[in-house]
Write a protein that binds this ligand. Structure first.
Ligand SMILES: [Fe+2]
Length: 429
């Protein structure tokens, strides 16, 4: 595959969104070679707790160990290949047991018992053969409670892979007086009928909100205005929606920062620090925990989204995390999670929940409009209408410093150009 013929600095060939062979190559060269998010450690609290997760095309299990560690195993019995766990989550007790022929394994995947073992004597399938154990992910590591696995031994450490994008998890956890978050154990799962790249591009695309989300933004803005005119308090959640209808000049002032591995940051634009009693109570808790200077630092980072390329979008100020799990060239599973700040007042959690339900839920007027765009985008790119996808907006205008690209205009397509620069590297250009 000649990647240089598909990706040019200012445009890409439509087949990178539609070709099943390219999709398979992405799974081989990217998703099954990099650190992929499995889940938060609070999803598997007790020994034997497990959570099934897909890494690239591989069905994996995140399992809490008796010693408190977390293992990530291929969900595949070494005997006849049956998936050992059929559910998404649960507790498996002290062993993993295959439902087909009752081979059993310790929680770290090592073989525990082969039933009717006499039948395997003098074959290669005896307990001392590592092929009788469930295979493990080559590497497992976590950052501030967020667990990742990598299926190969070589390559960067988790810390190196995350690089500047670590701020996503720092910003989320530092907002808790205890420095930790806890998962809200229900997530929305949505199948997007589009290539995974649509979502990743869209997250830092400051050009689309005032078009795509105009009707919702304007309607919410009208209600805000009316409440103000009536002298009533305006709940913060109207602002979540009305901010989408900011004008192009405002969006152009919201900078994106684009890192060499494809990660990126869209700076803050919403203003999420009202001076109401709930916020003051919350700030007092943070100040008690960290001191005034740190509290100010933690609450004033300019972040709207942080992208961990190629599959994660973290909205740390509102404790939201969306994870893409590609299924095929034209289908992507998205998991939409949110978290509680440990030790923060309930009212602060409610803010995060409002955002989750009003913006990120598939039932909202925001996410639904995006989903429609991406579906139509996929269909358009599958057509013979034209071969190239344009990323020319403000091409040549961005500032590059040490491999990091800073947009001079928030609506610059620097985001997509940078993502494809990273993509090309992963794909062996
Ligand atoms: Fe959008």
């Amino acid at each position: 595959m000649d990647v240089s013929r598909l990706v040019e600095p200012d445009r890409v060939h439509r087949s990178v969104y539609t070709d099943p062979a390219i999709f398979d190559a992405e799974m081989e060269n990217i998703f099954e070679r990099i650190w992929v998010y499995c889940g938060h450690e609070s999803q598997v609290k007790a020994p034997g707790d497990y959570y099934a997760v897909t890494i690239g095309r591989q069905p994996m299990l995140m399992v809490r160990q008796p010693d408190g560690g977390i293992s990530v195993l291929y969900n595949r019995c070494p005997h006849r290949g049956v998936q050992v766990i059929g559910n998404r989550q649960g507790n498996t007790g002290s062993a993993l047991v295959c439902s087909y022929h009752a081979w059993s394994f310790h929680l770290d995947g090592s073989v525990r018992a082969i039933p009717l073992a006499a039948g395997y004597e003098n074959t290669r399938m005896t307990r001392d053969n590592p092929d009788c154990s469930m295979r493990r992910a080559a590497r497992v590591d976590s950052y501030r409670g967020f667990v990742f696995a990598c299926l190969v031994d070589e390559g960067p450490t988790l810390s190196e892979f995350l690089g500047e994008a670590k701020v996503a998890f720092d910003d989320m956890c530092d907002r808790s007086p205890e420095g930790e978050v806890e998962v809200v154990p229900i997530c929305h799962r949505v199948i997007q009928h589009s290539n995974w790249k649509f979502f990743m591009e869209n997250q830092l695309d400051a050009l689309h909100p005032s078009v795509t989300h105009q009707s919702t933004g304007i309607a919410a803005g009208r209600v805000e205005k009316r409440l103000k005119a009536q002298g009533e308090a305006v709940p913060l959640y109207y602002h979540y929606l009305s901010a989408f209808a900011s004008n192009f000049d405002q969006w152009d002032k919201v900078q994106t920062i684009n890192f060499p591995r494809g990660h990126g940051i869209l700076k803050a634009y919403m203003g999420l620090r009202p001076a109401d009693p709930d916020t003051r109570e919350y700030e007092a808790l943070l100040e008690r925990a960290y001191g005034k200077e740190k509290m100010e630092e933690y609450l004033s980072r300019s972040i709207h989204h942080v992208l961990v390329y190629p599959y994660l979008s973290v909205q740390s100020p509102l404790q939201q995390l969306r994870c893409m799990r590609p299924i095929s060239a034209d289908k992507t599973l998205s998991e939409i999670w949110h978290f509680r700040l440990k030790g923060a007042p309930e009212a602060i959690y409610r803010r995060s929940l409002w955002y989750y339900n009003l913006v990120n839920s598939p039932a909202t007027m925001i996410n639904a409009d995006d989903l429609e765009n991406w579906t139509k985008g996929q269909r358009g790119l599958e057509s013979k209408g034209m071969d190239w996808v344009s990323f020319h907006r403000w091409y040549g205008d961005d500032r590059e410093d040490n491999g990091v690209i800073y947009s001079n205009h928030g609506t610059s397509e620097a985001v997509m150009r940078n993502q494809f620069r990273a993509w090309s590297r992963y794909m062996g250009a």
